[in-house]
Design a protein around this ligand. Structure first.
Ligand code: TYD
Ligand code: MG
Length: 448
């Protein structure tokens, strides 16, 4: 009789190795290898779950492919619709990721609340039905259209979905569902891959719109190393600082609409509230009589948002002065300080520099450079920038102020918010505004 072959399998991702390893080369987890006696090809067969009722179908010529209607069902939450590109598409497969406690489950409950005509099957893997009921009471919904299923065995979930045929299947969360055919724990890469593949079949073959909720790992991926992002049609990220009220819903990938669109919500004690004018929210507490405060306009998707940049420059007590940025790239801050020193003859030697984007927003739009530079100069000289002034423009290493895209939209937003001056790059795209425009080609000119 042949000797059984011993192999080692990673319990997190299923990677197989002939030798025991401490670190899994596939998923990067430590101490996950377990001894397995290999049984000829048994495992692959065992893992194959019957998820389709259709047998093999033939290839179809592109011209004969029936165009689906791609009708978008509005969720009646305009901020959510905006990110989806108009609404939910029948049979689409979505992933909603975010840190624990950011409000993903609340958002889904509110979709159910706002769409009483949609039958929603909610797989509750994280909370009991009574906890969900409690939350529903908090946001004031009765939820006749919401069916809660407290079972996370994927086979049971699939058969429920086939039986009920909901308009929307919400899996909360993909880390809690599991296939009993696999030996690894719920939440492992292997389980997530297998279960998501089954949900993908449910969405694509049975036309049941499916949304999976996933927690973001400490590396910033949703439910493991990027396996889910490729499978789904739409990836949404729910972001925000939990010490702040606002939450941003960002479309990271979207097969049916614009990617990178942003929806803004505020988490209050009665659930999430839509913020239709985010500029209002981010400028609400601005004090323009203090030095170091300056306003710019960043683009989040197709949406211009006015935000306040705050700088504080103070004599340092350290031998190496501090450079701290929150909501802004630290290296870009150092670069802009160097440009100010070299091109505008300002000295930050012996000064600590702190930069903050008010409201906890994280920005990476280079159009904010000029406002950062203005805030730094204002704090260094302890002179407030003129009131109701907007600063937009990218700053180059030579101190030149460079053009930025979407200038018109940015200026329109500032005008709408009652701004009186704008310092901006020299550009021929600017129109006529109810504001004084101060085009500048160099930061020396801009800072005047
Ligand atoms: P939740 O939707 O459970 O987050 P997730 O599903 O992303 O883990 O939201 C939980 C947080 O939201 C919790 O800290 C409480 C807060 N919250 C409110 O502030 N107001 C509310 O009305 C609700 C329902 C939750
Ligand atoms: Mg939740």
């Amino acid at each position: 009789m042949a000797k059984p072959k011993i192999q080692y399998e990673c319990s997190a991702c299923g990677h197989v190795s002939p030798k025991w390893l401490g670190l899994c080369p596939a998923c990067g987890e430590w101490h996950t290898f377990e001894e397995k006696i290999s049984e000829k090809k048994k495992s692959s067969k065992k893992h194959k779950v019957d998820i389709s009722n259709s047998d093999e179908s033939d290839a179809v010529a592109l011209k004969d492919v029936k165009q689906s209607k791609d009708e978008k069902i509005s969720t009646n939450l305009s901020e959510f619709d905006r990110v989806l590109g108009g609404g939910l598409i029948d049979g689409s497969f979505l992933l909603l990721g975010g840190d624990p406690g950011i409000g993903k489950s609340t958002l889904m409950l509110q979709v159910a609340q706002k769409c009483p005509n949609l039958k929603i099957l909610y797989i509750a893997g994280e909370e009991s039905a009574s906890q969900i009921k409690q939350r529903a009471d908090r946001i004031g919904m009765n939820g006749e259209n919401l069916l809660i299923y407290n079972n996370t065995d994927v086979q049971n979930v699939i058969s429920q979905a086939r039986k009920i045929k909901p308009d929307l299947l919400v899996v909360d969360s993909i880390q809690t569902v599991f296939s009993s055919e696999l030996s690894s724990l719920p939440g492992s890469v292997q389980q997530i891959r297998e279960c998501s593949a089954m949900f993908q079949q449910i969405a694509k073959k049975e036309g049941i719109t499916t949304l999976m909720i996933g927690h973001v790992t400490k590396e910033g991926d949703i439910a493991g190393p990027r396996i889910l992002e490729h499978m789904v049609d739409t990836v949404l990220h729910f972001e925000g600082d939990q010490s702040q009220l606002h939450r941003l819903l960002r479309g990271v990938k979207n097969r049916f609409g614009p990617a990178n669109e942003v929806g803004v919500f505020e988490m209050r004690d009665t659930g999430l509230h839509e913020v239709n004018n985010p500029s209002d929210l981010f400028l609400a507490e601005m004090n323009s009589t203090v030095s170091g405060n300056c306003v710019t306009c960043v683009m989040e998707g197709s949406r211009p948002i006015l935000i306040e940049i705050q700088a504080l420059v103070t004599p340092s007590n350290y031998s190496t002065p501090q450079r701290t940025a929150s909501g802004f790239d630290q290296r870009r801050l150092s670069l802009l300080i160097a440009v100010l020193e070299k091109r505008a003859a300002m000295s930050f030697a012996g000064q600590d520099v702190y930069l903050n984007v008010a409201g906890g927003l994280k920005i990476n739009d280079t159009a904010a450079d000029l406002a950062v530079v203005a805030a730094l100069a204002s704090s260094l000289k302890d002179e407030p920038v003129p009131e109701k002034s907007l600063y937009i423009g990218e700053v180059g290493l030579g101190g030149e102020v460079r053009r930025v895209p979407f200038l018109k939209q940015r200026l329109n937003e500032a005008e709408k918010m009652g701004f009186k001056n704008a310092v901006l790059p020299i550009s021929d795209t600017a129109g006529t505004y109810n504001m004084t425009l101060n085009p500048a080609d160099h930061l020396m000119k801009a800072l005047k």
